[in-house]
Each structure stands twice: as C-alpha cells, then as structure tokens.
Design a protein around this ligand. Sequence first.
Ligand SMILES: [Zn+2]
Length: 330
Amino acid sequence: MELEVIQAEPKSRARIEGICGSLEILIKVSKGLHVGSGKKTFLKIEEDKLKATVEKYGERSERAIEALMFLGLTQDILPFCESGGRPVIPGSSVKGNVRARLELSFRGKGGKVRSCFVDAGRGRRSWRHEGIWGERIREIRKVPVERDKKEERQCQFKPESRELNKVCLLCDLFGTTGLMGRLGFSDFIGDSVQLEDREFSYGMKLMVAPDESVFKGKVTFLNLQPEELGLLLLGMGLEKERTGRLVLMGRLKYREPIGKIKYHVESLYLSPLSTPLNVGKITVQPGQSVNTPILDQLVFQLISLAKSKFGDEIEVIDEVKRLDQIQLRR
Ligand SMILES: [Zn+2]
C-alpha cells in the first residue's frame, strides 16, 4: 500500500503566531568526529608503481585499479571543515543530521505519513544504514515518486501555481524548494578543538575531532507550537534531559568506531516578539532565557508533549544501539 504524505499550508513566516527564539546547543564528541570540507581531494600515486601495475594488467583496467587500491595508492589526508581557521560543523550538516533522524522516526498511520523524506530517502545506502533503519526505509519506499523525476518526491512550494502551496510538516520546519524553514541552524564552531590525524581501514586518513571535543552553535526557531519544539529536541536524540543519548554523525560513522556525538541544550531564549511558551507547569515569557535547573524539566515536558501529540506516528530509534547489534550479528 502506498503512503500518502500529509500536507498542509505552511505556517506564516511574516506574522508572529507562535514561539520564536533560539536554543544554544553544544555538540559533544564522544567517539571521534569527521565532517569533511566538501573540497576535492587528491590521490598520490608513486609513479613507478603506477607504471608497473598498468603494464602488468594491460587493458584489464578494472583489475589494475583494484590492484592499485591495495598496492601503490595512498590518499592525502582528508581535511576537517574549517572556517576562519577554526574547525566547524556547517549548519547545513547539523540540519541534515537532525532532519534525517526525525524523518526516520515518523511512521505511517492509516495510509498517511507526515514526511516526504527528503533526506532519509535519497540514494543508495550501506548495509549498516539499512540494518539500522531498515523497517523505516521500507516504509519510505511506499511513498510514491514521480515517475519521470526520481529525485523529486519532496514537497515543492510554488504558491503562484495554486496546487503546490502545501508542504509536509518536516518541509515546513526544515524548508524545501521555494520555502525557508522555520528552523535555522548556525555553523557549529569548535573553538578549542585540536584536530588529530587518524588512519582507518584501506589506508584512509582523516582529520578527526577527538573525544571530548565540543562544538557550539545555535538553532533559531520561528512560529513553533510547543510540540514542534519537542520534535526538534527528539531529532537531536534528547529524551529526558538536556543532554541527549549517543547519536551518529559525519563520515565513516557506520564503518569505523567514530562519529558518535551527543547534543546538549545550553539554554533556551524566547524573542521579545514571541508568544509565551506554556508546557506542563512551566511558562517561559517573551524575552526570557532559561538555563538550569528548569531547562531539564522543560526539555522533558516538550518531548513528552511531542510524543503524546504525535502518538504512535513517532518511534524513537536508538541508532547507536542498533549499530552495535547489527555489527555483533555479522
Ligand atoms: Zn515535504
């Protein structure tokens, strides 16, 4: 059975009609992290080994390439993303990380689903990715894709063409073609992060932010309902308090013992223009900042609210635990 994506008119970006403000977030590295710069990398080959290998295999180029992979080919170390001389995790990477986790947490109900799966559904994935998220991915494949445009299953916002003025909840929150998201992600800066060179299988060398590294950034939000703020926190792997469980991020996270981080909420700030935030017995007024100890309670209340509002449409998956399980089974 195909799943129909629930779409609605996006919330206003112009008038204030919900909670607005920002969260100060830390990304704490538990087991090394590599986030690439997206720049091209170069391969170094020793010339005599290259000549010898190509001569040996002649026109059987596939064999030659394979042999080179194991014999003479070394890769330059892959740099960590940097800005102004400091290591950073780009806001777009953080956004993709949170969005994909949320997309993979939504389940279909009564033939309908709240996400069009922009991030989670794309491309071919490793067996580990399939192993962790398999059930959800099989569901995602039930969302029909336009036959002639394989990549364009995501919501498009084109208010001028009347029919295309609706989007799913996740596109409304994170944005899509033609529509700015109601959530904004700054770059996350690692002011005191000392990057290390590390070598992984197949001789792959990466610059890695070591364990205990901390990156600091901000998530801004516009016109949210309290349960939508709760969803954002769920997407960061938060559960009961302002430090979340271990989640996966960055390069080689499935294959090597790196890429395990925790999101931590430092503070919440409501803009003076915001509506008040009421959840459980807690009220946050416009212009107010929330730190400890109320912040733990606030996080708990917001997540409980999201879970009760979305009910069995949300299933939280502990990806690190599942990864450990599928590695053991292999
Ligand atoms: Zn969508």
